[in-house]
Write a protein that binds this ligand. Structure first.
Ligand code: G3I
Ligand code: 9MR
Length: 592
């Protein structure tokens, strides 16, 4: 106790010195007081087992930097240089607050936003274990960004992962997908049930080995948007994949692996697109090459066909600049998009449902297709400049909903804002901007009012909640492009801080990045290989109270209902549509 009092007096002295200094200066003080004196004793008695929650990787120098500190008696905090324990900054803790989505436990904020010197630091508060060591630097997220992108390579189907590119995670060739069977639900006169066709490549959807068009659609689009919006960031960027030596940016090589598969999901006879390519049931805890169940093309659907059309139209405009490595692809994508659109016009309401069809892999069922029509129309308008597609977009009159696999209206808005400003009338552009901004402002107000500084409401804690956090951040970043209000950037940054550790579970949710990260993820390769650590760079689904897997959770609270266990496929699986906004958000925060 005595030690704590000495420490507190010391810290208070520094705080008052700092206040005195800054109030006497005319200009705002650019840098806080530096005190070189080490504390008298740096092993305070710990009065709580709760940890300090902050971004375990760290922060950009100019970012808003808020840590969540359990509500101990202390009223001040210190930042110490990790290399020599020198106190480099002190500040006052906020008053106590609670978050109803996390058990109403009390906590305080430690805000060190105005400390912007690069280095390695720890946050120290009397009565709590010192925080993990974190970095303040401009390149603090470079490695996690590259790992999140490289994760797609690790989820490639139909290929061997060699030691050269996969290191310890090398694995033999699996899922060649050269003889995929037409399922009875997918039969047509020219492609009857039982016939087989090749459908190689693509990314495994998640921890399972299925390949699903709806989810591939939003995932591919989000990565394409990252490249299209930030080409200078991606042009020189290498992630060490087999195509790294060609002249195309690696991100586009990686996406091409999936686009080439998507093309094979279209029936060339009519333009319709199969909903998914999977086995009838999920496979066991096996490596890709150990599985041998028959895989099927399963039912054409309007949602899959429209998502396919949108992605193909987007890809056509982007790969038109990369004909050296990908000659003819932009034309193939364009044709594929147009014929898919045509099929959807003739088949406006073919919903995929697996009620009674004997298939139990992921459903990705969606009954509301206005947004899919609007998205495909917007991308085809951008590609062709044809007014009929524009009219279709506006006639669908879709509200702006945050990006998610069943809600793709926002993707149409985002493409129109980034690519069609010259093709729209002033009032059309205004309509598009207003819709995005009003949705973004609601999210911003959730952020502003959030005691945990994350723009999440109770209803946002669904399967894949971490991607909800990040997709909402993406919307903040699009809003910032329209209206350079720094609060949008701060809210987007808050989302990254949340998934990297400033959340009530104490986990950084990205495998291999942070001090406490998911180990036992629901990912078949990571489960079935003989390596303890999971493949790095994957973000897990995250907390949500549904607990659909029936595992034993530590809490039923929305933001605490998370389990780092293979059992927990509803919170601890990984998925391609969850990594994509992580990639986008880091790219955008690094460039805006
Ligand atoms: O549509 C309803 C909505 O009306 C309601 O308000 C809301 C309340 O929770 O639920 C909505 O349905 C949810 C649906 O996703 C759409 O968001 C379901 O409850 C929820 O269980 C469902 O979860 C999906 C899950 O598969 C189970 O089908 C996830 O979004 C989806 O990401 C996940 O995807 C799986 C694939 O099927 C298979 N591969 C792995 C992948 C990741 O786990
Ligand atoms: O492993 C499957 C996972 O990839 C899916 O996302 C999840 C939900 O569809 O289902 C998992 O498979 C489980 C199955 O649905 C029920 N039995 C247990 C399986 C996991 O061990």
């Amino acid at each position: 106790m005595q030690k704590n009092i000495v420490k507190l007096i010391c810290a208070c002295f520094v705080v008052s010195l700092q206040l005195a200094c800054s109030s006497s200066s005319v200009e705002p003080s650019p840098q806080p007081i530096v005190v070189v004196q080490p504390p008298v004793d740096d092993t305070p008695s710990i009065t709580t087992s709760e940890l300090i929650k902050l971004n375990q990787l760290g922060y950009f120098p100019t970012a808003t930097k808020i840590a969540i500190v359990p509500a101990v008696d202390a009223s001040v905090f210190e930042l110490r240089d990790s290399s020599n324990s020198e106190i480099v900054y002190t500040g006052n803790l906020s008053s106590s607050m609670t978050w109803t989505l996390a058990d109403d436990k009390q906590f305080k904020h430690a805000d060190f936003s105005d400390f912007n010197r690069t280095g390695e630091y720890q946050l120290v508060v009397s009565g709590v274990e010192d925080s993990v060591s974190f970095t303040i630097a401009n390149d603090v997220y470079d490695n996690v960004h590259d790992a999140a992108l490289k994760a797609y390579y690790f989820n490639r189907a139909s290929t061997e992962l060699t030691q050269e590119f996969a290191g310890d995670y090398q694995r033999p060739l699996g899922h060649v997908d050269d003889r995929v069977e037409i399922h009875s639900t997918a039969a047509s006169p020219l492609r009857p049930a039982g016939n087989t066709y090749p459908s190689p490549k693509g990314w495994y959807d998640a921890g399972d080995f299925g390949k699903y068009i709806v989810n591939s659609g939003i995932s591919s689009y989000t990565l394409l948007a990252a490249f299209e919006h930030f080409p200078n960031f991606y042009n020189p960027r290498l992630i060490d994949i087999p195509e790294s030596s060609n002249s195309t940016p690696d991100i586009l090589d990686e996406i091409m692996w999936n686009l080439e598969w998507m093309l094979t999901m279209q029936d060339p006879n009519d333009g319709g697109v199969y909903h998914k390519l999977t086995t009838l049931d999920f496979s066991g805890e096996q490596m890709p090459h150990e599985t041998n169940e028959q895989r099927y093309f399963i039912q054409k659907s309007t949602a899959a066909t429209l998502d396919f059309a949108a992605v193909m139209a987007t890809a056509s405009r982007i790969y038109a600049d990369f004909t050296l490595d990908y000659p003819g692809k932009a034309d193939d994508f364009r044709q594929a998009a147009i014929s898919a659109w045509q099929w959807a016009q003739d088949n406006q309401d073919i919903i995929y449902s697996q009620d009674g069809n004997g298939v139990s892999t992921g459903e990705y069922g969606d009954t509301e297709l206005n947004d899919e029509f609007a998205w495909a129309a917007a991308e085809l308008f951008i590609l062709t400049s044809s007014e009929s597609y524009k009219d279709e977009f506006f006639s669908r009159n879709v509200s702006f909903d945050d990006p998610a696999w069943p809600n793709v209206s926002s993707l149409a808005y985002i493409s129109l804002l980034n690519n069609a400003q010259n093709l729209l009338t002033d009032s059309e552009l205004q309509f598009v901007q207003d819709n995005l901004i009003s949705s973004a402002e609601e999210t911003l107000s959730t952020y502003t009012q959030s005691p945990y500084k994350v723009a999440m409401r109770r209803s946002d804690f669904v399967w894949g909640s971490n991607a909800v956090v990040l997709n909402r951040a993406w919307v903040m970043l699009e809003a910032y492009k329209i209206n350079a209000n720094n609060e949008f950037l701060t809210a987007a940054h808050g989302a990254l801080d949340y998934v990297l550790g400033r959340n009530p579970t104490d986990f950084s949710f990205i495998t291999g990045y942070g001090n406490k990260t998911p180990i036992d993820i629901h990912h078949r390769q990571s489960r079935a290989d003989s390596i303890d650590a999971p493949i790095p760079g994957f973000i897990v689904g995250g907390p949500q109270p549904g607990q659909q897997d029936g595992c034993s959770y530590p809490s039923s609270q929305p933001a605490l209902s998370y389990l780092d266990d293979w059992c927990s496929y509803s919170t601890n699986e990984i998925a391609i549509n969850w990594n994509a906004p992580l990639v986008y958000v880091i790219a955008a925060l690094s460039n805006l």
